[in-house]
Design a protein around this ligand. Structure first.
Ligand SMILES: [Zn+2]
Ligand SMILES: [Zn+2]
Length: 406
């Protein structure tokens, strides 16, 4: 059932309310040719259906007068007894078009028309670094190929396809339909041979007369550097083989990229979370951090706060269009507060706190003042002593081997 568009039906056709039938017909014909989906420039399936529906009403004297008197309500059934109209008997728009115009734009597949093979889709999962640097992969495609047993004829050995008796080998049949506009002849694909013009009496056992078989094929695929999840790579001609000399379809490989243990990717930037020790954060120094190119030295400045970032230029993901150019690696430093201190370590921290004038407890008589910060550097007592304590602390909390690798 075609629904009647909400819009004014005269407006859809671009004619006045008093327009005679032949003007309505002319308007419909010129608009239909523009809007038919086969028209690559201006085709519009929905607009074409709306146009057909408007025409169906306005070209029918009874329906038109109902519409003129009652508007859309007049067409919606009920009291007026109008049952609507039905275009659902037509298999597609080409049929609707043929219904109005006989034959023409609604092009039918002719008997020997080449048919392109179908495109196929498959998914491929890549390792994190494969996506970044590119890789060569082998993918397995299950596609339709010509059956080698019957050499694509579909007929069993010793037999041949015979001419279809329904269409006499034409692949098409004509059908005349009586419509409100008169008799129209439609050209339909022959239902007996499905447009082939030939019928296979004794089908090939291997392909059951289908002329093609699904086979597995391994294909080399080059994944360029800088690819990310969701990217589609096309392998031209690797899809189903065409029929009757038509070209093969393509294969689309949809890429998925695995997560990495340390790295997180954001476009061309690689993020790394790097824990650093308390002493390193305070004193600064060098550590080894992982990068896409292997371990690299990271210079941590003195007084680094937890959450600070350091950018390693050019150690990110290559640009897809220019793999020489690369994004950056951003190292996010997380200062780790030492846990499970030994007695000696505790002592050193207490001394350090004392040295910095930090109070580790609130004195109720002083009122909850700032601990430490406000009273920092209240004395300059013995610079020598302070440096020796810091050296000791540094020694105890020196970044251990395990904090520099992974
Ligand atoms: Zn076969
Ligand atoms: Zn036929």
């Amino acid at each position: 059932m075609v629904t009647i568009p909400k819009q004014d039906l005269y407006e859809i056709l671009g004619v006045g309310r008093k327009a005679p039938l032949d003007e309505i017909k002319r308007a419909f014909r010129s608009k239909a040719r523009l809007l038919h989906p086969d028209n690559k420039e201006s085709g519009d399936e929905q607009a074409f259906k709306d146009l057909a529906a408007a025409y169906e009403v306005l070209s029918d004297e009874r329906k038109r007068s109902l519409y003129d008197r009652y508007g859309h309500d007049g067409l919606s059934g009920g009291q007026t007894g109008f049952e609507g109209f039905d275009l659902s008997g037509f298999s597609d728009l080409a049929d609707i078009f043929n219904h109005f115009f006989g034959t023409g734009m609604g092009s039918r597949r002719s008997r020997s028309a080449a048919e392109r093979g179908a495109d196929l889709k498959l998914e491929l999962t890549l390792e994190f670094t494969e996506a970044i640097f590119g890789t060569d992969k082998k993918v397995t495609v299950m596609h339709l190929e010509r059956c080698t047993t019957c050499d694509g004829s579909g007929a069993a050995a010793g037999s041949k396809p015979v001419t279809c008796s329904t269409c006499g080998g034409q692949g098409q049949v004509q059908q005349t339909t009586a419509t409100f506009l008169g008799h129209f002849t439609q050209v339909l694909t022959c239902p007996n041979c499905r447009g082939e013009g030939k019928r296979i009496e004794t089908p090939c056992q291997a392909c059951r007369g289908q002329t093609q078989l699904r086979k597995s094929r391994e294909i080399e695929l080059t994944v360029p550097p800088g690819i990310d999840s969701g990217v589609r790579l096309r392998i031209p001609g690797a899809g189903d083989e065409g029929r009757r000399g038509g070209p093969a379809g393509d294969v689309y490989v949809i890429l998925k990229v695995k997560e990495h243990k340390f790295f997180q990717r954001e476009g061309r930037t690689i993020h790394l979370k790097q824990p650093i020790s308390f002493s390193l954060a305070a004193l600064g120094g060098d550590i080894m951090v992982p990068s896409l190119e292997g371990e690299t030295i990271l210079k941590v400045p003195a007084g680094t706060q937890s959450g600070a970032t350091i950018t390693l230029k050019g150690l990110g993901t290559p640009y897809l269009d220019n793999p020489i150019r690369r994004g950056d690696q951003v190292v996010h430093l997380v200062v780790e507060t030492p846990e499970r201190l030994s007695a000696e370590e505790k002592n050193l921290f207490r001394k350090l706190a004392e040295l910095r004038g930090e109070k580790l407890k609130v004195d109720p008589h002083e009122g909850g003042g700032q601990s430490g910060a406000g009273t920092r550097r209240k004395s300059s007592r013995s610079e020598k002593m302070s440096s020796s304590i810091i050296d000791k602390i540094t020694d105890v909390f020196k970044p251990r081997d395990d904090s520099s690798s992974d």
